[in-house]
Design a protein around this ligand. Structure first.
Ligand code: NAP
Length: 303
């Protein structure tokens, strides 16, 4: 039986694992963190067909149940790099090295940092990148959310239900987020929009006590007193481990089309990690299925 390794257990990786296992391949799914990827840090998902509304953790669990039912080998490890000898790929991880005839990279993306003084110092002690995971630590406290996309507005809405006051800091006047998220902000009387402001530093002595922001219009700075800062400024590629094997775009995503082929035969890319226009759960799942199908063709010598 041919072996395939799938790197990353978000929706793309889990779908690829299900399709590959159902095709009769011996599947190892490697994940360094939580099964579900970004879904696990999303409070509610409202645009995945079949579920008018579902918690991120629950959709993750349902997908994971399908994976375990398919007889996939689950491995908790972190990929460092890939090497190759003849037609066999070696996936080198922190704990072990695993061999396979084909590899699907479905490692997703990582969060963009603010890169301002105080961010590193207070990371995990007031600065958070996951409102759903850490919001409860700030019950009845004042917090700030930075960003203007869907994630920031979702986070702000979620935190309005938990915290006393939520300052939504965005560098422009208009939000990038979908209209429904922007409209939803009007229903919260404990939300304050701080638009056309950029974060300058995160302040505090032993504990985080505020975020200094500067107006992009007047250049004036002021400090907003908060106990927590939630950063939701978007996602960036995370493909350094694979750069020797697959061609990357200027911003580090794996060059690959809808067929999930990469510049190296036998290595496929699925989900947010590849250069694509629409990054959604449903498009990640679609990639997972396509990548598994293409991998099967490659292993059968017809791809
Ligand atoms: P995003 O859409 O890229 O938004 C990032 C936001 O952060 C933008 O408003 C951006 O400002 C701001 N920003 C970037 N760098 C910054 C900096 N250094 N300082 C201050 N602000 C900064 O990222 P996202 O919200 O994480 O969403 C990522 C993807 O996931 C998107 O495709 C999104 O649609 C998708 N998503 C979908 C859903 C859903 O469908 N339910 C939910 C969450 C996320 P500018 O606007 O000025 O560039």
């Amino acid at each position: 039986m041919k072996n395939i390794i799938i790197i990353g257990a978000g929706p793309a990786g889990m779908t690829a694992a299900i399709y590959a296992a159902d095709s009769g391949l011996n599947v190892r799914l490697i994940e360094k963190g939580m099964y579900g990827g970004q879904m696990t840090t999303t409070a509610r998902i409202e645009n995945y067909p079949g579920f008018p509304e579902i918690a991120g953790w629950e959709l993750s669990q349902r997908m994971f149940d399908c994976v375990t039912k398919s007889g996939v080998t689950l491995t908790t490890d972190e990929v460092i790099s890939i090497s190759r000898s003849d037609s066999l790929f070696k996936v080198i991880c922190r704990i072990n090295t695993y061999e396979a005839d084909a590899v699907i990279i479905a490692n997703g993306v990582k969060r963009r940092k603010l890169d301002v003084p105080g961010e590193k110092e207070f990371a995990g002690r007031g600065v958070s990148y996951c409102a759903v995971c850490d919001g409860n630590f700030f019950k009845e406290k004042d917090v700030a959310v930075v960003g203007g996309g869907n994630s920031a507005l979702e986070d702000a809405a979620y935190l309005c239900g938990v915290c006393k006051r939520v300052y939504l800091i965005h560098r422009r006047d208009e939000f990038r987020a979908d209209e429904k998220y922007v409209r939803a902000l009007d229903s919260f009387d404990n939300l304050e929009r701080v638009t056309s402001h950029v974060p300058v530093r995160i302040t505090g002595e032993d504990v985080l006590s505020g975020i200094e922001v500067k107006s992009t219009k007047t250049g004036e700075a002021h400090t907003i007193p908060v106990s927590g800062v939630f950063v939701a400024t978007g996602l960036i590629s995370d493909n350094d481990a694979y750069s020797e094997f697959v061609e990357l775009s200027d911003d580090g995503y794996i060059e690959s089309g809808e067929d999930c082929l990469t510049s190296t035969p036998g290595i496929f890319a699925a989900g947010d990690t590849r250069n694509k226009k629409l990054r959604q759960i449903v498009t990640a799942c679609a990639d997972g299925a396509s990548a598994a199908k293409k991998a099967l063709e490659y292993l059968n010598g017809v791809g």
